[in-house]
Design a protein around this ligand. Structure first.
Ligand code: NDP
Length: 251
């Protein structure tokens, strides 16, 4: 990771779970990390705990469903931190709403967060990278449910949003290739990871979530952070397209 020391990483959804673990790993590796999330105070708490580490952590209160907030965040980064070298599109939600009689507003929130938020952040990061002639790296935190649908009924329309991430990863790589760009694009698809995603937004009550967790084996957020670091550490000519990571025992 030596060539990444001092470089600028933007992590969406840095306030908890996988995004927080990625943020910690990047700061420990010496990067300047800008964490975006609505709960800015959680990123500030992380920053306090990381103050003796080689990198630096900035926080910007950003709702990725609001285009202007993403644009403002990248403007702030341009003016206060420097050229962006990597964007980790991690912010994501699961909402309990099925297709046959679900809620339009929850469908919209799912796609605004998991799909459009990713598109807008990617566009802004690429604008920054290209203006600064940076051969950067865009990483999408996708999901195994970006490749097949879940049997668990409460995932509902979530897999559809992650299938979109799979398609957008390919689309982006093709667009960049046709522009002779050296910017890398990687999709990382974890199996189940022990985070509060099923509780954030009240999809499940605590009892149901705990029962669900007790039936399965899980990855830790740090395992996914390790996959991100692996993808970033590849030499400039090597691009990881898709990395699937599951706990041992998960089919
Ligand atoms: P968490 O709920 O712990 O974290 C979700 C993160 O996304 C939070 O930091 C949250 O920040 C942020 N976020 C959600 N909505 C918004 C928004 N509108 N604007 C800005 N940030 C937002 O869940 P995970 O860590 O589990 O999820 C992270 C990613 O990993 C997601 O994309 C998820 O789909 C994916 N994933 C998770 C798996 C799992 O089993 N946990 C498995 C495979 C993939 P805040 O609320 O402060 O805004």
């Amino acid at each position: 990771m030596e060539r990444w020391v001092g470089k600028v990483a933007v992590v969406t959804g840095a306030s908890s779970g996988i995004g927080a673990a990625i943020t910690v790993a990047l700061v420990q590796a010496g990067l300047q990390v800008v964490g975006l999330a609505r709960r800015k105070h959680k990123i500030d708490e992380l920053a306090k705990n990381l103050s003796d580490k080689p990198g630096k952590l900035y926080s910007i209160a950003t709702d990725v469903t609001k285009e202007t907030e993403i644009i403002d965040a990248f403007d702030w980064i341009k003016n206060n931190v420097g050229p962006v070298h990597t964007l980790i599109n991690n912010a994501g939600i699961i909402r309990g709403t099925n297709l046959i009689d679900g809620s339009t507003s929850l469908w919209k929130e799912t796609f605004d967060t998991n799909v459009l938020g990713l598109c807008i952040a990617t566009r802004e990061a690429l604008t920054n990278m290209r203006a600064n002639k940076v051969d950067g790296h865009i990483i999408h935190i996708n999901s195994i449910f970006g490749h097949h649908c879940s049997k668990a009924k409460f995932f509902n329309v979530y897999p559809a949003s992650k299938y979109a991430v799979t398609a957008l990863t390919e689309t982006l790589r093709r667009e960049l290739n046709s522009n002779n760009s050296k910017i890398k694009v990687t999709s990382i698809s974890p199996g189940l990871v022990k985070t509060d995603i099923g509780l954030n937004g009240g999809v499940l009550d605590l009892k149901t979530w705990k029962e669900f967790l007790s039936t399965l084996t899980f990855l830790n957020p740090e395992d996914v952070a390790g996959a991100v670091m692996y993808a970033l550490a590849t030499p400039p000519h090597v691009q990881i397209h898709e990395l699937t990571i599951k706990p041992v025992g998960e089919r």
